[in-house]
Ligand binder design. Structure first.
Ligand code: MEV
Length: 421
C-alpha cells in the first residue's frame, strides 16, 4: 500500500515528487508555492514573531503508506534528520499489511493552573464550592468556544505541602485549538474572582504543559510474516522487538532514546502543521515518567504469531489558531492530511510515532541503523564537497564503487568527474 503514490516516490527527482503531490492532493499553485521555500513570507514572519529577520527553512517531506482506522494517509513531516521519513513510511507499510493502525483520542481538554498565596487554612474549600459560578464566568468569557461545543469542564483544588500555595486546576475543552492562548486568557480573566473567594493573592496563572487530560493512542497487530527482514525471520525480529520494548521499560537511559525515536515522527508532524513542538515534547517526557521512573511510551508484545504494538501519549495539537492558521505551508500540510480536526490530527500523530518507533526497533535489532543511513549520507557528502544537480548522483555512485565516503576522496572523485566533462 502506498496511498496511490508510486512505489519509487522516494527515489524520484524532487520536482517529479512535487508534481505527484500536487495532483494527488489537488493542490493549487499557491498551496505548492507555500512549501517551496522560495516564497518570501517576510510579512507573515513579522506578524508571527517579534524582531523577525527572515525565514529558516527546514526540509518538508511526505511519509506515505499509512492506514489509520481504515483510511489511507500520507503524512507531511518537517525534519532535518535524514532517515526519519523513510523509516516512518517503512513502519507504516508493515502495519498496513497487518490491517493498519487503530487509534483513539480523548476530548481536547487543556488545564490552566492558578497558584494562590496567603489563603487562610481551610478556605481553599470555598473555591471548590464555587466551581459552578467560576465555570459560568469562564464560559461567559469565551462565547465562541462555548458555541463550538467547548468551554469549562471542571476544577480541582489542592494545597501544596511545602510552599503552602493553593493550586487550582481548571479544565477547559478547547475543541480544535492547541489551547494555550484560550486557557491562559481564561485563567487571567478569573483571577480577581478567585482572589475574592479564597482571600488569597494569585502568584501566577498559566496552563500546565503536562496536558493531563488530552491524550491519544495507537495500536496495531501484525502477523510475523510481514516482519521478515533480509535474513531475519519475522518471528525472530518480533521477539527481539518485544525484548527491546521490555528493555526500554526497565532502563531509563534506553527509554529516553526509545522515546526520542517516537518523537522523531511526532515532532516532525507537529512542526509541519505549525504546532508547538516544545509543548508536545515536554508533555511526552513528563508522561513517560509519571510512574516515578522514566519509561518507554510504547509497548510491543508477541502474541499468537503476531507482533502487537501500542502507544499512549499526551498530545496538545490544534488545527486552528496560531501558526497553524497563519503559516501558508501549514495550510498545505493540513490539506494533505485531509483537513483533520484536532482529535484526528492527534490520532494520526500517535500512529506516526508508533510507526517511527517500530521502524527504528526493527533496524536496531537486525542490521543496525547506520546501514540504511549510508546512501543519504553519501548524497550529503557529495553536496558538501560541491556537487550539484546531476553530479550528485554520479558522484554518489563513484563513492559507492570506491568504497569510501570520506570528504577528501569525494572531492578528488568530483574533480575527476568534472575533468571528464
Ligand atoms: C534516532 O534519531 C532514533 C533512534 O535512536 C531511536 C531508537 O534508538 O529507538 C534510532
Amino acid at each position: 500500500m502506498n496511498n496511490g503514490f508510486p512505489k519509487n516516490f522516494r527515489k524520484m527527482p524532487i520536482q517529479e515528487r512535487r508534481d505527484h503531490l500536487k495532483s494527488a492532493f489537488h493542490l493549487t499553485e499557491k498551496e505548492m508555492e507555500a512549501i517551496d521555500g522560495k516564497n518570501s513570507y517576510l510579512e507573515v514572519t513579522d506578524v508571527m514573531i517579534e524582531s523577525g529577520i527572515g525565514l529558516f527553512p527546514v526540509p518538508l517531506g511526505l511519509a506515505t503508506g499509512f492506514l489509520i482506522d481504515q483510511r489511507e494517509y500520507s503524512v507531511p513531516m518537517a525534519t532535518e534528520e535524514p532517515s526519519v521519513i523513510a523509516a516512518a513510511s517503512h513502519g507504516a507499510r508493515i502495519v498496513a499489511a497487518g490491517g493498519g493502525f487503530h487509534t483513539w483520542a480523548t476530548d481536547p481538554v487543556m488545564t490552566a493552573q492558578l497558584y494562590i498565596e496567603g489563603v487562610p487554612a481551610g478556605e481553599e474549600e470555598k473555591i471548590y464550592l464555587a466551581s459552578v459560578e467560576i465555570g459560568n464566568e469562564l464560559d461567559k468569557s469565551m462565547p465562541s468556544m462555548k458555541a463550538r461545543g467547548g468551554g469549562y469542564r471542571g476544577l480541582e483544588v489542592t494545597r501544596l505541602p511545602v510552599t503552602g500555595l493553593v493550586n487550582v486546576n481548571i479544565d477547559i475543552d478547547v475543541r480544535d485549538a492547541m489551547g494555550a492562548n484560550v486557557v491562559n486568557t481564561a485563567a487571567e480573566k478569573i483571577r480577581s474572582m478567585i482572589e475574592k473567594i479564597s482571600g488569597g493573592k494569585i502568584l501566577m496563572s498559566i496552563l500546565t504543559n503536562t496536558a493531563p487530560h488530552r491524550r491519544a493512542g495507537a495500536s496495531f497487530r501484525v502477523p510475523f510474516r510481514f516482519l521478515r527482514y533480509k535474513d531475519f525471520l519475522g518471528s525472530e525480529i518480533s521477539s527481539k522487538i518485544e525484548l527491546a520494548s521490555h528493555l526500554a521499560l526497565e532502563a531509563p537511559s534506553r527509554a529516553v532514546t526509545h522515546n526520542k525515536g517516537i518523537m522523531n515522527g511526532i515532532v516532525a508532524l507537529t512542526l509541519a502543521t505549525g504546532n508547538d513542538t516544545r509543548a508536545v515534547e515536554s508533555a511526552a517526557h513528563h508522561y513517560a515518567s509519571i510512574s516515578g521512573a522514566y519509561k518507554a511510551l510504547s509497548r510491543f508484545e508477541v502474541k499468537d504469531g503476531n507482533l502487537e504494538g501500542s502507544l499512549e501519549i499526551p498530545l496538545p495539537l490544534g488545527t486552528v489558531g496560531g501558526a497553524v492558521t497563519m503559516h501558508p505551508g501549514c495550510q498545505t500540510s493540513m490539506k494533505i492530511l485531509g483537513n483533520p480536526d484536532a482529535q484526528i490530527l492527534c490520532r494520526i500523530a500517535a500512529a506516526l510515532g508508533l510507526a517511527q518507533n517500530l521502524a527504528a526497533l526493527l533496524a536496531l535489532v537486525s542490521e543496525g541503523i547506520q546501514q540504511g543511513h549510508m546512501k543519504l549520507h553519501a548524497s550529503r557528502i557529495a553536496y558538501m564537497v560541491g556537487a550539484r544537480g546531476k553530479e550528485i548522483k554520479v558522484l554518489v555512485k563513484k563513492m559507492w564503487e570506491s568504497g569510501t565516503l570520506a570528504a577528501k576522496a569525494a572531492t578528488k572523485l568530483l574533480d575527476d568527474i568534472r575533468g571528464k566533462e
